[in-house]
Design a protein around this ligand. Structure first.
Ligand code: M6R
Length: 364
């Protein structure tokens, strides 16, 4: 049931604050300031390496998790899309945790990769939205997301719930490794608990994003730039736009622009820049200015401070609430989802059932 919404995708975008809160509810103890996983005690101290494998949007959640696992737990992380992982002869040594991320729990490539990792002696952790799925059944550590059924082919709420689980997992891991003080854990819990309200504040900018959509709908190509844990949001924004509006879009690490993609820039290519305030802001903005200097039409997604500092010369700005860098990926996922949604609506495509795509890819 779509309720008051025109499409399932729109409903699922708007549901995110609630389902992310629901998901966090089973991973955080806010009053105690603790993370706690909904699984029997697991000895993370023996884990020497993490291998993350997934496809599509779930892979981008894994990309964000790599930054978090490395930053918090100081554990080496290997990351790949499932279709590559299976066939590249990965080196999987004892003491490895293989982490699979999937909305459906049935994606053929991811499931085959899981079985490959199990045969190679890895502990199997699964972040999955469908609790009765094959991946859920085959996990040693089952980490459910509580997004509820996701109907739109373009994944939205499953993605932000995956991020919520992965942040809690990274913090739990870091604590087990003795790399997190009580105070740091409390801080992480406090920031994560703020995510649903911040996502609501992001959704409040829906009208502005809708107003921008006709302009983007005219483009033939759109670029997305981000850095650090927000780089995967650039990839996700581009994937969402491709999937449902059929506009060619690419996401790049902002610092990679000058190594090639900047050659694409002219006044016809909108460039969506994802730049929350934080340690990487100035770096991203300097890449953005390189784009502007070549006539690129920039849409800056940032907070009030970021927009005040760098909004000049852009064709539009989308203001997000000021958030801690840890939760920025959850919050900045919202405007890129909404932009893709409104552009697709402006183009009149079938938003919930885009051409050539299936909700669950159960063939190789
Ligand atoms: O069910 P899964 O999370 O394993 O699916 C993985 C991808 O097929 C999926 O995320 C796909 O990229 C979506 N259509 C993205 O919107």
């Amino acid at each position: 049931d779509k309720g008051n919404h025109r499409h399932f995708m729109q409903k699922e975008i708007f549901e995110q604050p609630v389902v992310v809160a629901q998901t966090l509810g089973s991973y955080l103890r806010p009053l105690a300031g603790e993370v706690s996983l909904p699984i029997p005690e697991f000895d993370f101290t023996q884990i020497r390496r993490v291998t993350i494998v997934a496809c599509g949007t779930s892979f981008y959640a894994g990309m964000v998790a790599k930054y978090w696992f490395e930053q918090f737990a100081r554990v080496p992380v290997d990351l790949d899309v499932a279709s590559e992982f299976r066939y590249r002869e990965p080196v999987l040594e004892d003491g490895g945790l293989a982490l699979f991320i999937s909305q459906s729990g049935e994606t053929a490539d991811t499931l085959a990769a899981l079985r490959h990792a199990r045969a190679a002696g890895q502990k199997i952790a699964v972040v999955v939205n469908v609790p009765t799925s094959s991946m859920a059944r085959e996990a040693d550590l089952l980490l459910p997301t509580h997004a509820g059924p996701e109907i739109g082919v373009a994944s939205t709420k499953a993605f932000t719930c995956q991020l919520a689980v992965l942040a809690a997992l990274a913090a739990n891991f870091a604590r087990a490794k003795g790399r997190l003080s009580r105070e740091e854990e409390q801080e992480i819990v406090r920031h994560l608990a703020e995510a649903p309200a911040a996502m609501n504040a992001a959704i409040a900018h829906d009208d502005e994003i809708e107003a921008l959509a006709p302009l983007i709908a005219k483009a033939r190509d759109v670029l997305y730039l981000g850095r650090g844990p927000d780089y995967p949001m650039a990839l996700e924004g581009a994937l969402k736009l491709k999937e449902i509006s059929y506009i060619h879009a690419e996401g790049y690490a902002a610092g990679e622009m000058k190594h090639g993609p900047i050659a694409l820039i002219d006044e016809h290519v909108p460039v969506i820049v994802i730049a929350p305030s934080g340690p990487l802001f100035d770096k991203t903005v300097s890449n953005m200015q390189e784009v502007q200097a070549r006539g690129g039409k920039v849409v800056l997604i940032s907070d009030a401070e970021g927009i005040a500092a760098a909004g000049e010369g852009t064709i539009a700005t989308i203001e997000m609430p000021r958030v801690h860098p840890l939760i920025a990926p959850l919050v900045y996922a919202v405007p890129v989802q909404l932009l893709a949604y409104h552009v697709a609506v402006a183009k009149g495509t079938d938003v919930d059932q885009p051409r050539n795509l299936a909700k669950s890819v159960t063939v190789e």
